[in-house]
Design a protein around this ligand. Structure first.
Ligand SMILES: Cc1cc2nc3c(=O)[nH]c(=O)nc-3n(C[C@H](O)[C@H](O)[C@H](O)COP(=O)(O)O)c2cc1C
Length: 175
């Protein structure tokens, strides 16, 4: 396969999504990859890439606004292929954090060729505050929520990062 020009760009408040971005880059060694934080990407450069990976943590069920702004500013010169990735503090991704970008992508015939998500421990809200937020829950729900929080400690972990790397590698093989 020809060497592709790929951009991996991301917003990461506490580093979880950046770790995933790095692992994806490790999975794309056959290609020419730039990994650049969203704030440092010039919107008009997006369509100079064959594929753009867009990543963000999930905050209040959405990706960070800076990622959406980057895409909006790039219109109408969007790349032909996008990949989404995110990290979130729910054991299952139940939100649709890229919904607004999806609408823009559809309007501009930009294909979403892959999506990846994994758990990222919530390091942005102090533990006491998180526990305080559970106080009003019925006892059984509170216990479950605390157990779920335990399962998120240290995530993304080695396995999550290996999955991110393999995701990127196999995505290119299946193009
Ligand atoms: C203010 C705030 C809001 C959050 N909102 C959500 C949310 O709505 N859903 C969710 O699953 N995780 C939520 N999280 C957890 C983050 O998505 C998760 O920890 C993610 O890995 C952070 O990525 P980052 O380290 O790249 O910033 C929130 C975290 C913070 C700090």
């Amino acid at each position: 396969m020809d060497k592709l020009k790929i951009l991996i760009t991301f917003f990461s408040n506490t580093g979880n999504t950046e770790k995933v971005a790095s692992s994806m880059k490790d999975g794309l060694t056959d290609h020419d990859v730039d990994m650049i934080a969203v704030k440092d990407v010039a919107p008009k450069t997006l369509n100079s890439y064959d594929i753009v990976f867009l990543g963000s943590g999930v905050y209040a069920s959405r990706i960070d606004k800076s990622v959406l702004t980057l895409v909006k500013k790039a219109v109408p010169d969007l790349p032909s292929k996008l990949v989404y990735f995110c990290t979130h503090a729910s054991l299952k991704l139940y939100q649709e954090p890229f919904k607004r970008i999806n609408n823009i992508a559809k309007e501009h015939n930009c294909e979403i060729i892959g999506k990846f998500d994994c758990v990222g421990e919530n390091l942005g809200i102090p533990l006491e505050t998180q526990l305080g937020m559970l106080e009003k829950l019925p006892e059984d729900q509170k216990e479950k929520a605390i157990k779920d929080m335990e399962k998120m400690k240290g995530r993304p972990n080695e396995l999550d990062l290996e999955n991110a790397k393999n995701f990127a590698t196999s995505l290119m093989k299946n193009l």
